[in-house]
Design a protein. Structure first.
Length: 336
């Protein structure tokens, strides 16, 4: 079936539109973060974090389950300095998600197929997944303080997709022409978007925890103090990251199982330790270890954050290094 070049070009235009609005959103979120202030001071947060750590060691999770710190960016007068910039950032983020979604739809219509056939297309879909996950989460709580740490990676992702990973719209290779493409890749895309937010929260936790620990020990906050002052408390960040990973892990498990079922249909075996399959399993093991350690050993805080970050690093390694530099049955990057 012939490729509709007009729709393919419209898809590219939508990607550039998303990059433009993401740039504006990044600037707005940066202004909001710079002007925002957390409700409690760093000293109060450090004192409370120390109390939370004590309760965890004593077997209580009350502090973690009901943190006293709001995630809203407010000032002493309660009006929320930087709120307007944050609202602009959120509006532009929603617009970016719409542009990215339109780019995916136009790309699929141009080739009359699902638009997840190569690294370029999945990069666009992954960026859309991150934006949608962030926007949906922001409907229930104020996450403007997180905005810059979400839109910046997505902007880099789209920039890399359109410059390095770009592939002309074409038909799918035979092995991908299956309804399992929609099931397996959609699940992986949703997981990637949510795990990206979980990784961002884990990194920010390390920032907040370091500053709170310095203050609790009577030391200066350090160079990370100004950033930590504009974030929720460390125990709140830790809890948010855990909930995201715990909620999405079953879906990641389903994605791995769906991939093995598809492999049996395409290649006649469920599992063959292909490089991409191997790294998908390694990623699953890391996230399983993260959840198991928290549930049984009581790992919270810094150790858990490093494990969560390692899990997302494994996803990125699988996506970029394995796809681009390792040969296997999953070599569908479209770059060769």
């Amino acid at each position: 079936m012939a490729i509709n070049e007009s729709l393919a070009q419209a898809s590219n235009i939508m990607v550039y539109g998303a990059m433009t609005t993401l740039t504006g959103a990044m600037g707005a979120f940066a202004i909001s973060l710079a002007k925002g202030r957390r409700i409690e001071t760093l000293e109060e947060s450090a004192e409370r974090a120390t109390s939370a750590s004590h309760q965890v060691r004593m077997g209580s999770t009350a502090t973690l389950d009901r943190p006293a710190v709001s995630t809203a960016i407010v000032t002493e007068d309660g009006r929320g300095e930087g709120r307007r910039a944050g609202n602009i950032g959120m509006s532009l983020t929603w617009l970016s998600a719409i542009f990215t979604g339109a780019a995916i739809i136009f790309r699929g219509l141009s080739a009359h197929r699902l638009p997840w056939g190569n690294m370029y297309e999945f990069s666009i879909a992954a960026g859309f997944g991150v934006l949608i996950a962030y926007c949906v989460m922001s409907l229930k709580r104020d996450l403007r303080w997180l905005g810059m740490f979400i839109v910046m990676p997505v902007l880099l992702d789209l920039g890399l997709a359109i410059t390095v990973l770009y592939t002309e719209s074409a038909q799918l290779v035979p092995a991908l022409n299956s309804y399992w493409l929609a099931i397996h890749v959609t699940a992986a895309m949703v997981c990637l978007g949510s795990f990206a937010i979980g990784a961002a929260l884990s990194v920010l936790y390390l920032v907040a925890e370091r500053v709170e620990s310095n203050i609790a020990n009577g030391e200066a906050p350090g160079r990370l103090g100004p950033l930590a002052q504009r974030l929720p408390s460390s125990d709140r960040l830790d809890l948010m990251a855990y909930r995201i990973h715990a909620f999405m892990f079953p879906l990641w498990t389903f994605a791995v199982i769906a991939g093995s079922i598809w492999a049996e249909a395409a290649w006649g075996r469920y599992w063959g330790w292909d490089p991409k399959e191997t790294w998908a399993f390694i990623t699953w093991v890391i996230y399983a270890a993260y959840l198991h350690a928290r549930a049984t050993v009581g790992w919270r805080g810094r150790k858990a954050a490093f494990v969560a970050i390692a899990g997302f690093a494994a996803i990125m390694f699988n996506y970029f290094i394995v796809n681009m530099f390792v040969s296997g049955l999953h070599s569908y990057s479209g770059l060769n």
